[in-house]
Write a protein that binds this ligand. Structure first.
Ligand SMILES: [Zn+2]
Length: 491
């Protein structure tokens, strides 16, 4: 099977090729059982499209408007060394030293969660036997997901390797009106990318053609295509001549894969501390929003269970500057914004510091039609959410004055704030659905009203809960006034 030529993409209408997806008028829908794989499929398909089309921004605009013809696809693919995209070669470099490979069941690759060390590393399935065999078409997807999205710690005590994106980083993708538009909208253009990378001489070969050497993999030496499919392991898959029903796409296949072998690369990317400290530099992966700090660039990650993606939504699209750090949108989002937007935003990933099903992030946000003109509306909603969070935090903080054990009081506060952040996720997503059509002042008022009502309801249930504990009760009642006054002064 060849990723640029053959039918390997699982859709609700059967398997199709990249060419069919990009050139047909049929509205295909992906069919994969897990969100993670769905997300990884979108990333992979757009990265493959980048390799085939290598569009400039002007060309991509035309493709988005008029589509691509079969002839255009064939002409473009004729210029690519397609042999490198055969599933038996794709992202599979071979070791030249005599270190020993580690074998593992394919289950470990399906989410990268199943093997985390943490107590609730429960995976996405209740029994490992629910996901232990995959078809040859899905292997490239799993392999890509491993290198781009899975955190190194997922391999438990045997250890993993950290890829070019840092592992466990958040992905932001453009979600357009259908699959074809989505894949095109997430295609990186050569001219926009060169704003990040400059025109320095970079290595354009793929890493399974020419694995990186040395201890440090310098970002400035890595070209667009090399980086889009950057690997961190030598890897091979054990293919059996046994029919199976694939646990990833649900299709029948004549061959099955149940195990894989891997060997960590010995060098490091700028996504790790060692790499950062050695000046490897951050490679601007198109789907990764970043934080610039004094000591280097970090991918944005979902940290801790109490995190919800709405809090950073503004930063994902227009960036945010604070005294400590500069949050920058992923290049793909910046590129799309410049093309006048007109799509929704998908935020996906896994919570970075623990492999757990609790920590999955897969949020879709409605965005106003013209991102550049109307982003202020999104900002108003997010700011209202953050303002209320801050107000709730200040109100509850009155209980710190009571003189009780600090941990106990902090526990009460954390729980309430988490509940607010979590409930606000749905409220924010709902508010954004018709943000484009609402008057700005009205939108702000509506956002404040709904989010404040949520915060108040959480706060009042605290008051009820502690009504028999007089010191806590009094402190909470005092705090309620400040909560009620949120947003009274227009800012
Ligand atoms: Zn499959």
């Amino acid at each position: 099977m060849n990723l640029l030529l053959d039918d390997f993409i699982s859709t609700t209408s059967g398997k199709i090729s990249l060419k069919e997806l990009l050139t047909s008028d049929i509205d295909y829908e992906l069919q994969y059982f897990f969100d993670e794989i769905q997300l990884s499929a979108l990333q992979l398909l757009s990265s493959l499209t980048t390799v085939v089309l290598k569009p400039t921004m002007d060309e991509l605009k035309i493709y988005l408007e008029c589509g691509i013809t079969s002839k255009q696809y064939d002409e473009a693919v004729a210029k690519v060394n397609t042999a490198l995209f055969d599933e038996r070669q794709f992202m599979q470099s071979k070791s030249t030293d005599d270190r020993k490979y580690f074998d593992a069941p394919i289950t470990k690759m399906i989410s990268g969660i199943e093997c985390g060390d943490s107590g609730n590393a429960s995976g996405l399935f209740s029994e490992t036997s629910n996901a232990d065999v995959v078809c040859p078409d899905c292997v490239p997807l799993l392999n890509y997901n491993l290198h781009m999205n899975i955190k190194a710690e997922s391999f438990g005590p045997a250890g993993g390797s950290t890829g070019i994106r840092g592992g466990g980083s958040i992905s932001t993708l453009i979600a357009a009106k259908n699959l074809k538009q989505t894949v095109l909208a997430n295609t990186m253009t050569t001219d926009f990318f060169s704003r990040y990378k400059g025109n320095s001489t970079t290595n354009k070969s793929l890493m399974w053609e020419e694995p990186p050497t040395g201890d440090i993999y310098y970002a400035h030496k890595i070209g667009l295509e090399r980086g889009l499919f950057a690997t961190a392991y030598h890897i091979s898959f054990d293919r059996l001549n046994e029919p199976c029903v694939c646990d990833i796409c649900g299709n029948q296949a004549q061959q099955s894969i149940k195990e894989f072998s891997r060997l960590k690369y010995t060098g490091t990317y700028g996504s790790t501390k060692t790499g950062r400290d050695s000046g490897a530099g951050w490679w601007p992966h198109p789907y990764t929003p970043t934080t610039k700090k004094n000591d280097g660039v970090y991918p944005l990650c979902a940290r801790g269970e109490k995190w919800q993606s709405w809090e950073n939504l503004t930063a994902y699209v227009i960036g945010r500057e604070s005294a400590k750090a500069l949050l920058e949108p992923a290049p793909i989002v910046a590129q799309f914004k410049e093309m006048d937007g007109g799509a929704n935003l998908l935020v996906g990933g896994n919570i970075a510091d623990q492999g757990s099903v609790v920590g999955r992030v897969y949020d879709l946000y409605s965005m106003p039609e013209h991102w550049d003109e109307k982003m202020e509306r999104v900002t108003k909603v997010i700011d209202a959410g953050l303002l209320v969070k801050d107000g709730l935090s200040k109100a509850i903080s009155k209980i710190f004055g009571v003189g009780y054990d600090k941990n106990l009081v902090a526990g009460i506060k954390d729980k309430a704030i988490y509940q607010y952040i979590s409930n606000a996720q749905i409220i924010v997503q709902r508010l954004l659905v018709d943000a484009g059509r609402t008057d700005l002042a009205q939108l702000r008022d509506r956002a404040l009203l709904q989010l404040k009502a949520e915060a108040l309801s959480i706060y009042r249930s605290l008051i009820t809960k502690y009504q028999d504990d007089l010191p806590l009760f009094k402190a909470l009642v005092k705090g309620e006034k400040s909560l009620l006054s949120i947003g009274k002064i227009k800012n």
